[in-house]
Structures are given as structure tokens and as C-alpha cells.
Design a protein. Structure first.
Lengths: 352, 369
């Protein structure tokens, strides 16, 4: 494996909300009452069943409670041994799954306030993502503006499978606010399950949902590019989190070809998709979904034709690698430095 | 559309034009709206006149995403005698089969009886399309071979249609589309795979179709280009389902062809499946081997539309990872994104790989001497 270097940025770690009741102190009287009198249960997404092998590495799995719910464990498992300068917390608590936009907004507010108090205030290396109630664009923008004055929030977080494709114009006020406030949009694996988790319907298995995340990312990239998000918001960066990376180049070859063929349909896309991705889109390293041979890895990075696309991540506590082997074999020391330090700083203005 | 290579284009053309090729994705069209009626019972003719086909999408006529050109087809492919592109055998011979020295042309009729909510009508239309393929095309030009179109949502009637056509040398594969009511690995479709395996026919899965699901996992997109690019995502999800439901394990002699959805994504999907399977195989104990092995052994890919990297050597890496023995050349005639046979491979590919790519793989897969 390539050697880690100190001072890196881990762009994808997942602090877990122990239970919906953990958010009660952060809810107002009305919502506290709703949660308790209605007997609401914990919001755990099918994207990450608690005991699934993907959800936690065996040696990162606590004896009780949820993987990722302890700051002390996160310090011991990643922050200290990887000698990280910062780690960006992307909570995957299932608040996006509820169908009421009022409830979603209340839970997002509580989740973000919880993240500040229980995590960011307790370890100065941690940075946060603002979870937003995407069903209501107005409330999503309000949430971004509520959190943005705290510069420890470095990005806005959305799921790769939501109610609509992410390029849709109705969502653009979210992107306007994010660009204005120096916040990249992080798009993380996972579904609100408001649509079937594949474009061909509901599969039978958890593994099918997990493998299918990559196809969801591909569809969202197409939507974001052809709707013209980056023509309208050229400074906006988007980061594909837990997306996989081996599909990027062949996907872009296809998109580029069709864009050349039918660009008359979307004339506002004034730059080639390949260029837009190089300037505005980034991808987290884990899960690194390529075979272990270094020669294949070298060709894959060659196919990307850029050393700026990939950002270091452990995806803690998800099980993507063992020991300290977060960096696949075959990466040059220069590329390691780009992935672990230079690329994250270039992507997240609030890290400096 | 064609991959543009920086060098040797002039050298490549004469070399390939002389070579016989297989075209594994040709779309024959009907010249008139009622061309199928002679093959349909009166009941269904009346039904179509009154109610139409009642598809799993809202438009009574035409596709929900308007194409980039009429009928998604080349403007130079209208037959001189009239009718839409692809509807005249004589003109197809003149424009496609003769000048390109097509030795084997596989017909994949679209806009047929598939993706229709009335499953009885679906079966009747598919049977009619299959008779029509023989009468209008394969009986009149021996280079052409038909695909058995089946009512995709009713596995039992589909299997019956396959068994009825089994052994008929006019047909070389069974045809499904990628987008159905459920992912293609689901049990409702297994009778199709069982009948195809028994008949020794590959199952081709062509991009397209409607099954009622939004065509991205995050809802309906806005543009035709999103649907076009998205065919590769739909195909990936369909293939993942086939692997993870255990279709290849259950039907080990079944061969499947991924048609018109690209192939550049294949290695990445296989690696991703393998990695997830290592972690999660206890959930799918019926998947006994790494997913990439089933894909390597039982899946073929048509080439059009070829992915289009800036540097050709990048695509050759991908072909090497898939295997030169698994690609089947296709033009997609008469559609607008046609790949021109003389321009898709540059000089520098070995003679054996070139022959396999253009002809040999297809003849072997489809059992043509």
C-alpha cells in the first residue's frame, strides 16, 4: 500500500446519532412532543443496516450501540492513527426519508445542532456538513443560512437518491446559497427511498442497493451537467462521496459523446462535460472499487486525465479496507500528497 | 457517431470495407401503421384502433423524451419508395448490407409488444412481430436473422413463444429490453431464461423500454440526453440484478448479450460487484462465485455506441479487461448514432482481434457457419 502522510484531510467520516431520542434536546417543544407521543422509532436507513458488514469494519464495531457513535472511538480509529489535520463529518442519519417537509426540516435542524455540540465542539480537528431538508428548497436554504456562520461547517450534504434529479431547476436556490457561502455540495451515497433505488425497479438485496449507488451517481452527474448548474454557478464545487471511482472515465466518455451528438438540446452547456468535471466535481477515495493490481490502478488514474479529482477518505466506520491500507497500492508519493492534502484544500475553501 | 482517431484513418478504411462483418443490432421498421394487422386477430386490430397499446408510460404516440431526429434515425435513411427509416428491405440492402459486406445481420425490432400493460395484447403483438420478421425480412434475405420478441412482463407466455420458435433457423436470439417492471433478475422473468437456455438461444437485452419506474433512481430527468446516457446505468442495474439473483448460477448455459448500452462500464461494474460480494456474500449465498466470473463467462456486448475517449489506448485497456472475444460489432442502423464499420477500429489491432470483433464472435455466439 502507498504510504500515508501526516496532516491529511479525511473527507468522509460518519458520526452516528445513537437514537432519535438523542435529538430530543435539540428539538422544540412541538417536535419533542410529536416524537414521544407518536412513539416514533429510530430513523435508520436501509442503505446502511446496522449489522451489515459494509456498515462497520469488524475492528471498528463497538460491542454495543451503533458503529460511529463514539467520538473517543473515532479518535482512536482514524483521527489519531491517520494523523489527520481534519475530518469532515457526514451524518447519514435517516432524516431525508420522512415525507413531511416540516418534520424533515425540524430533524435536520436538530441533527446539525447536535453535530456542533456533540462532535465539532469536542474535537478541533472535526469539520461538519450541513444536512438539509431537500424536499423544501426554501427550508433547505434557511438551514444552510442558519448553519453557515459557523465556519466549521465546510459543506452542504445531500443524498444521491432523493425526490428528483439534482440538476432540476427547482433546487437551484440551494446551489446559489452554497456558492455564495463558500460551501461545496457533498453528494453522498444513500437513498431517501422516495423512488425505487434502481432505474429498473426495486431489487431484492442490500448488496444490490449498495452496488447501485454508482449508477445513481452517474445519473446525477448527467443531470447536474446538462441542466446547466455549473454554467449558472461556475464557482460551485460538488463532491461525490462514497461514490466509487473506477466508473468515472468510461462514464465521461459516453456522456461526452452524446453531448457532442445532441448538444442542441441543452445549448446552455457551454463547456464540455469532461472539462466541467475537471473543474467542478470531485470524488472521495473510498470505496476504491478497482482490483488490487497496481498496473490496473495506474491505468485507471491515467484514464481520468487529472490528478485533482480524488479526495482522501476513510469512510469511517464503513468497511472498505483493513488496517491502515486506505491508499491503494501503486499511487505515487506526489499523487498521495495531492489526494490527502492539496486536493481537499483546493475543494473546501473553509478548511483554510 | 464514430471514434475519431488521430492517425491512420485512411489506412483503416479500405482494410475493413473488404472484410465481411456481422451487424448485431439492426432495427427493422414497419412501413405503415397497420403493417402488422395481417398477423393479428380481428379482436386485437379493433383494440388497437380504439384503445391503443396502453404502455407503462403516458404518451399515446411517440416517446416521452422526444428524439434528436425523426424516429431517432438517420435523415439519409428514408427509403425512396416512402415509409420511415429502416422499413424497406431493398433500401437496407443498398445502404447497409451490400456496401458494408454484412454477412450476418441481427434484427432487433423496437416499439413492439413489449412494455405494454395489457399482457394478452403484449403476447399477441410479439407473436405478430415474429411472424412479420420472417415474412418481410429473414425469408427474403438470408443474411438477416431475427430475434424472438417476447411479452416481457408475463414470463409464462414469453416462454411459450420461445418454445414455439425454438429450432426455427430464422431466429438467433430472444429479445428483451433493459427497463421493465422489475429488475431483470427477478423470478417473474426466469421462465424466459429457462426456455432460452433450453432452446440454446442467447438472450439479448437491448437498451430502452418502460416498466413504470422513474428512469433514474432519483426520479424522472428532463432531457433526451439524460435518457440516452442513462441507458448504460439502467443496463448496469439490470445486469447486477441478473448476477445477484443468481440467474447465471441457476442457468449456467444461458448466454446474454448487452445491446446498445455501451461496454466501457463493464469492468468497473464487475469490480464493484466483486468487492461488495466479498463483504456481503452471506446475504446472497446462491451467488457462489465472484460476480465477475459469471459476467466473463456468460455475457457478451454489442459495440455501438462505442465509448469515445480522447485517447484510443484508453478504450483498448477496457476492451482488454472485458476480453476481445466478448464484443460484437453493431451499427444500430438506421438510428442516428450509427457507428460506421470502417471507422471504429484503427489500424494496429491484430488481425485475429479484428476478425473476432467484426465477425467471428458473433458467428460463434449465434451459431452461424
Amino acid at each position: 500500500m502507498a504510504s500515508l502522510i501526516a496532516g491529511g484531510i479525511d473527507c468522509d467520516v460518519h458520526p452516528a446519532v445513537p437514537h432519535l431520542t438523542s435529538l430530543l434536546p435539540y428539538l422544540n417543544d412541538y417536535w419533542r412532543d410529536q416524537v414521544t407521543t407518536r412513539g416514533m422509532v429510530d430513523l435508520v436507513s436501509q442503505s446502511y443496516p446496522k449489522s451489515s458488514p459494509i456498515t462497520a469494519r469488524p475492528d471498528w464495531r463497538p460491542e454495543s450501540g451503533k458503529p460511529g457513535e463514539s467520538l473517543e472511538a473515532m479518535q482512536r480509529h482514524v483521527l489519531d492513527p491517520f494523523q489527520l489535520k481534519h475530518a469532515i463529518c457526514n451524518p447519514l442519519y435517516g432524516v431525508q426519508m420522512v415525507f413531511s417537509e416540516d418534520m424533515q426540516a425540524a430533524f435536520c435542524r436538530a441533527l446539525n445542532d447536535w453535530l456542533v455540540k456533540e462532535w465539532l465542539d469536542r474535537d478541533s480537528r472535526l469539520r461538519g456538513s450541513i444536512v438539509i431538508p431537500t424536499q423544501s428548497v426554501e427550508k433547505a436554504v434557511a438551514e444552510i443560512e442558519h448553519c453557515a456562520p459557523d465556519r466549521r461547517f465546510v459543506q452542504v450534504l445531500m443524498l444521491v437518491m432523493g425526490d428528483t434529479p439534482l440538476g432540476k431547476r427547482a433546487l437551484w436556490p440551494i446551489y446559489e446559497a452554497a456558492e455564495r457561502l463558500d460551501l461545496p455540495i457533498g453528494i453522498h451515497a444513500g437513498s431517501a427511498y422516495h423512488n425505487p433505488p434502481t432505474a429498473v425497479g426495486w431489487g431484492s438485496y442490500h448488496i444490490e442497493d449498495y452496488v447501485g449507488q454508482a449508477q445513481a451517481f452517474q445519473a446525477q452527474l448527467t443531470s447536474l451537467i446538462v441542466e446547466g448548474v455549473f454554467a449558472k454557478y461556475p464557482r460551485l464545487k460538488m463532491v461525490m462521496l462514497e461514490s466509487g471511482v473506477s466508473w468515472i472515465a468510461p462514464y465521461l466518455w459516453r456522456l461526452h459523446k452524446f453531448w457532442r451528438g445532441v448538444r442542441m438540446e441543452t445549448p446552455w452547456v457551454d463547456r464540455a462535460p469532461l472539462e466541467l468535471v475537471r473543474s467542478n466535481i470531485r470524488f472521495s477515495l473510498q470505496p476504491f472499487d478497482a482490483p488490487p493490481e497496481p498496473e490496473t490502478l495506474i491505468r485507471l488514474f491515467e484514464h481520468m486525465q487529472s490528478d485533482e479529482l480524488v479526495l482522501f477518505s476513510t469512510d469511517y466506520p464503513h468497511w472498505q479496507f483493513d488496517d491502515q491500507d486506505a491508499l491503494p497500492e501503486g499511487l505515487s508519493p506526489d499523487l498521495v500528497r495531492k489526494i490527502m492534502i492539496d486536493n481537499p484544500y483546493a475543494t473546501y475553501p473553509r478548511l483554510t | 457517431m464514430n471514434i475519431q482517431f488521430r492517425e491512420n484513418q485512411e489506412a483503416a478504411s479500405p482494410l475493413t470495407v473488404k472484410t465481411a462483418i456481422a451487424d448485431c443490432d439492426i432495427h427493422p421498421a414497419r412501413a405503415t401503421r397497420t403493417e402488422l394487422y395481417p398477423y393479428l386477430a380481428k379482436r386485437w386490430q379493433h383494440h388497437l384502433e380504439i384503445y391503443g397499446v396502453h404502455a407503462y408510460q403516458g404518451m399515446m404516440e411517440g416517446p416521452p423524451y422526444p428524439k434528436a431526429q425523426p424516429n431517432a434515425s438517420r435523415r439519409d435513411a428514408y427509403p425512396p419508395e416512402g415509409g420511415p427509416q429502416g422499413s424497406s428491405l431493398a433500401f437496407m440492402q443498398k445502404q447497409l448490407l451490400d456496401p458494408n459486406n454484412v454477412q450476418l445481420g441481427v434484427l432487433n425490432p423496437l416499439n413492439t409488444g413489449q412494455g405494454i400493460r395489457n399482457h394478452e395484447l403484449s403476447a399477441a403483438l410479439c407473436s405478430a412481430i415474429n411472424d412479420w420478421q420472417i415474412d418481410k425480412w429473414t425469408s427474403k434475405d438470408k443474411r438477416l436473422k431475427a430475434s424472438i420478441v417476447v411479452g416481457n412482463e408475463d414470463g409464462l407466455s414469453a416462454a411459450a413463444e420461445i418454445r414455439e420458435r425454438a429450432g426455427d433457423k430464422n431466429f438467433v436470439q430472444v429479445l428483451l429490453l433493459s427497463r421493465n417492471v422489475e429488475p431483470l433478475g427477478q423470478r417473474r422473468y426466469w421462465p424466459i431464461y429457462q426456455a432460452a437456455e433450453e432452446a440454446g438461444l442467447p438472450v439479448g437485452v437491448h437498451a430502452f423500454g418502460f416498466g413504470g419506474n422513474p428512469i433514474t433512481p432519483s426520479g424522472w430527468p428532463s432531457y433526451y440526453i439524460e435518457e440516452m446516457v442513462g441507458h448504460s446505468q439502467c443496463q448496469q442495474s439490470a445486469l447486477a440484478s441478473l448476477v445477484l439473483e443468481g440467474v447465471f448460477e441457476r442457468f449456467p448455459k444461458l448466454k446474454m448479450v448487452m445491446i446498445e448500452a455501451g461496454f466501457g462500464w463493464a469492468p468497473s461494474l464487475a469490480w464493484r460487484l466483486d468487492k461488495a460480494w466479498q463483504r456481503l456474500r452471506s446475504e446472497v449465498p446462491h451467488v457462489k462465485r465472484p460476480p465477475s466470473e459469471y459476467i466473463r463467462e456468460q455475457v457478451w456486448w454489442t459495440t455501438q455506441p462505442m465509448e469515445d475517449p480522447e485517447r484510443r489506448e484508453d478504450l483498448f485497456d477496457v476492451i482488454k479487461w472485458i476480453g476481445w472475444d466478448r464484443l460484437l460489432f453493431a451499427t444500430d442502423y438506421p438510428h442516428w448514432d450509427y457507428d460506421e464499420p470502417s471507422r471504429v477500429l484503427p489500424a494496429g489491432v491484430s488481425e485475429a482481434n479484428r476478425e473476432a470483433f467484426y465477425l467471428g464472435n458473433a458467428k460463434k455466439l449465434y451459431g452461424i457457419n
